[in-house]
Design a binder for this molecule. Structure first.
Ligand SMILES: [Zn+2]
Length: 69
């Protein structure tokens, strides 16, 4: 039997952070890092397709615009 590891879970802690895109203000969801981890990455908003520089903490996300506008 194949495992279903790639199935997106809608319950549990897999997607436990929600935050707002700094461009379009739509809600984005993300997995949360473990308590002592911080993730930095530039992600593409799937609503407006702008690049967001994001710092993910265990319980929050800081999201920044990369452009002045
Ligand atoms: Zn957006």
């Amino acid at each position: 039997m194949r495992s279903h590891k790639n199935t997106v879970q809608t319950e549990g802690d897999d997607f436990s952070l929600s935050y707002h895109c700094p461009y379009c203000q739509q809600v984005l969801l993300s997995r949360a890092p473990y308590k002592n981890e911080v993730w930095e990455s530039s992600i593409c908003c799937h609503h407006c397709e702008m690049i967001i520089y994001s710092i993910f903490y265990h319980n929050r996300v800081d999201a920044f615009r990369l452009t002045a506008n």
